[in-house]
Design a protein around this ligand. Structure first.
Ligand code: AMP
Length: 213
């Protein structure tokens, strides 16, 4: 099963993508996580991507598309995957569709996690990420056991540069302009499924599993 997660930054699509990956035994592929790992490791790609990410802008397609196509061509993706953060614009969606069609394949579902903008800013300002392993928390909704410390690896939790309120506002504008058109794109293909992302996390997941079967 090949699944795309859609939704504004902070809609909870990453959390849901991880839960889907666990439930269905398929890899969770987050282009944002791949870029952050590259930044942490000081790679050339990381250095190039960071400037865009810190400003809330999309990393250019030349850097993003090949990275994703290489990833989904790996052995562990043969039974499907859940994409979190890709595609982010129509050209990326078209390249992915063409690459899949060349192999007689296609995306099965595009799941849109719907959350209005007014909820997003609040959610994002409470988000904290581990500097060590990248695990994410929320100071109210998903707090760590010990304040400011990662449950998984014990390193410090920070407010990511791209989760700061002014950057979030920019990311939302980029989302509406470039990513939201994907909702109609997948609707026209007949594979769009929308869920209410303001429900508690477990209820959102139940709604998704009812769709995926
Ligand atoms: P995310 O963790 O998915 O919110 O991604 C964090 C940041 O990484 C985004 O704000 C973009 O700067 C960059 N990014 C992630 N995925 C993509 C993509 N498919 N295309 C372009 N930029 C991306």
């Amino acid at each position: 099963m090949k699944i795309i997660m859609l939704g504004a930054p902070g809609a909870g699509k990453g959390t849901q993508a991880k839960m889907i990956a666990d439930r269905y035994g398929i890899p969770h592929i987050s282009t944002g996580d791949i870029f952050r790992a590259n930044i942490k490791n000081g790679t050339k790609l990381g250095k190039e991507a960071k400037g865009y990410m810190d400003q809330g802008l999309l990393v250019p397609d030349e850097l993003t598309v090949k990275l994703l196509l290489d990833r989904v061509a790996q052995e562990d993706c043969s039974d499907g995957y859940v994409l979190d953060g890709f595609p982010r614009n129509i050209p990326q969606a078209e390249v992915l569709d063409r690459a899949l069609a060349d192999q007689g394949e296609r995306i099965d579902y595009a799941v849109d996690v719907e959350v209005a903008d007014r909820h997003i800013i609040n959610r994002m300002s409470g988000r904290r990420a581990c500097v060590g392993c990248g695990a994410t928390y929320h100071i109210v909704n998903v707090p760590p056991k010990k304040e400011g410390i990662c449950d998984v690896c014990g390193e410090a939790l920070i407010l990511r540069e791209d989760d700061r309120p002014d950057t979030v506002t920019k990311r939302l504008a980029v989302y509406h302009e470039q990513t939201q058109p994907l909702i109609d794109y997948y609707k026209e293909k007949g594979i769009l499924k929308s869920v209410d992302g303001t429900m508690p996390m477990e209820e959102v997941f139940d709604a998704i599993t009812r769709i995926l079967g």
